[in-house]
Design a protein around this ligand. Structure first.
Ligand code: DX5
Ligand code: ZN
Length: 223
């Protein structure tokens, strides 16, 4: 297995000190995050409102860590490209919101970003296998999107296993990512199901030492 990727979600960070909060997980060695997960919510696709492109543009100047932008918004066909053009490493849109996800993936890649597709806990993968061929990452939601600090929905592990199998058999070429309720216990189950990248909000920014939490989560995922 490859080294597990850890993506702290700044949704659980102090929004008045976002630059410093990212710096807290931008050290060297085991305590360094692999990606920084940025949750963009529009109060329409999900019942919560966070931040948008201007904040992401500022964060891109404040860190050299790759930004993993998770767009929980309506009409990503219109809005997502701006994040790619700004320099986000990965731009993830929801399949439930995208009107033409294949075209969208092509545009994201042409703008220099990786293209990510996310599925809510109740959304199956099977109808979207042809769409997923155009994507670089698959974000399996393990909570209903909208809020940090919710409990892990273990039912989605079957979906992660399916994605892992499709990648291992060469049918898809995807980084399998999971988001929601990841902590020291649930990360082991997700790793066992074959997840490559683990988003963690409250488990990192709710910890006394976010950097140590990153190292500890990666260690648990590697076993
Ligand atoms: C929820 C967001 C998550 C959130 C995870 O809609 O997509 O990225 O920050 O928070 P935790 O890790 O606390 O469940
Ligand atoms: Zn997220």
């Amino acid at each position: 297995a490859h080294r597990p990727l850890i993506a702290p979600s700044i949704l659980s960070a102090d929004f008045a000190r976002l630059g410093e909060e990212i710096q807290a997980v931008a050290g060297t060695g085991d305590t360094r995050a692999d990606w920084v997960h940025v949750d963009v919510m529009d109060n329409h696709f999900v019942p919560n409102l966070t931040l948008g492109l201007p904040v992401v543009q500022s964060l891109l100047k404040a860190t050299d860590l790759p930004l993993d932008c998770h767009l929980m918004i309506e009409d990503p066909d219109h809005w997502a490209i701006g994040y790619a053009e700004a320099g986000a490493y990965n731009v993830t849109v929801h399949i439930e919101a995208a009107k033409d996800p294949v075209k969208l993936a092509k545009h994201l890649r042409a703008a220099g970003a990786k293209a990510g597709l996310s599925v809510k806990p109740g959304t199956p993968l099977e109808p979207y296998l042809d769409v997923l061929k155009h994507y670089d990452t698959l974000l399996v939601m393990s909570v209903e999107p909208g809020f940090g600090g919710q409990s892990f929905i273990a039912d989605v592990l079957d979906k992660a296993r399916t994605a892992r199998r499709l990648v291992d058999t060469g049918h898809l070429k995807l980084v399998v990512e999971i988001d929601g309720g990841i902590n020291a216990e649930t990360i082991e189950q997700a790793a066992e199901a074959g997840v490559d990248c683990f988003v963690a909000g409250s488990a990192v920014y709710g910890a006394d030492d976010p950097a140590k939490a990153v190292a500890a989560l990666r260690e648990r995922a590697a076993r």
